[in-house]
Design a protein around this ligand. Sequence first.
Ligand code: FAD
Length: 388
Amino acid sequence: MTAPAIDAIQPLTSLTEDELLLRNGVREFAHAQVRPLVREMDEHAKFSKTLLGQLFDLGVMGIEIPESEGGAGGTFFHSVLVVEELSRVDPSVGVLVDVQNTLVINAILRWASPEMKKRLLPRLADGTVGAYALSEAVSGSDAFALQSRARQDGDHFVLQGRKLWITNANEADLFIVFATINPEAGYRGITAFLVERGMPGFSVGKKEDKLGIRASSTCELILEDCRVPASNVIGEVGKGYKVAIETLNEGRIGIGAQMLGLAAGALEHTVAYTRERKQFGKTIADFQGVQFQLARAATDVEAARLLVYNAARLRDLGKPFLTEAAMCKIFASEVAERVASLAVNLFGGNGFVKEYPVEKLYRDAKIGQIYEGTSNLQLQTIAKQLLS
Ligand SMILES: Cc1cc2nc3c(=O)[nH]c(=O)nc-3n(C[C@H](O)[C@H](O)[C@H](O)COP(=O)(O)OP(=O)(O)OC[C@H]3O[C@@H](n4cnc5c(N)ncnc54)[C@H](O)[C@@H]3O)c2cc1C
């Protein structure tokens, strides 16, 4: 057996020069520009317009868009690093960037026609936010039971129905909307359409008042005889299920990254606090009981990072990653909840009030186990592979 060259094997968490530059740049940005806004955006449940513009200027709203189309020409792993770093400071900012890159741009890069790509990618890289609308009141986990209808009328489709829980809906101008051309055909009727704000018959409805990630908008979409040009079909008519399945498989690695960032942020705050807070004449970090809790949390964060990075690197290498993506999402979201909960405990009374950052992170953590496939659905994916 020949041993591989020692530098041919890289630890998962070792970053290339490019990756390191990006991570450090986004980390600095998050501290300087995002942190001062976190509390206000959470309180008012409103994303700062200035911050949105700055995210475009930073180049993180079009990470995988080729440079020739105005994007950063980066990798999926770059998106994961960006989402992790932003979520360390504010998971609401993390998810806005995540949906833009890992769902919307990803779907367009992979499924849209060359004409559509030319039309959309430069916009998405330069000021236009996207949203991804699959869920409805009756179809969440059972996403392909959706009821929104699309009827062909000459060179247009006419869309009718309501979408629920749509992230970025307030900020977005472009919406990937899934509807069926034939409910009897089951998943084979589902088609992906590009709907633009301002199209007749399209409107953004009620905004949800949420437990966490409050600055991230979550709204209903209303389609009332909404006329969409047939040239706005993404992929093929009746093949929208493929667009949905494949983008969501990748998107859930992004949610893993969001939850990883949240956990890392909560741990960072907790280490700092426990080194400051004194009880019984010592800092609370001097107590072995506290040290062991912090050590366990750090181990959890590292394990989540390995799962998330591995899934993202597999995806960039074009290797199978379905099970790894499900594992990274369920694990990272559970770690986020555990570490944020410990953070609240170790902040004591200060963990329970809005003046300190961990109360918000505890609320934000819960969503990781719900969107882009609940934890039970991730377990279903893992078990299916295990037992096949
Ligand atoms: C803040 C937020 C943002 C969102 N953003 C978007 C978005 O941008 N775009 C979009 O399309 N959707 C979005 N969603 C919707 C989200 O993806 C769904 O809420 C999620 O898929 C769960 O669907 P549901 O809410 O209908 O729950 P249900 O599917 O009704 O699930 C309820 C419970 O039943 C369990 N369950 C269901 N089926 C099974 C099964 N077969 N086996 C075992 N357990 C099962 C689930 O695990 C869950 O615990 C968002 C939701 C929220 C809350």
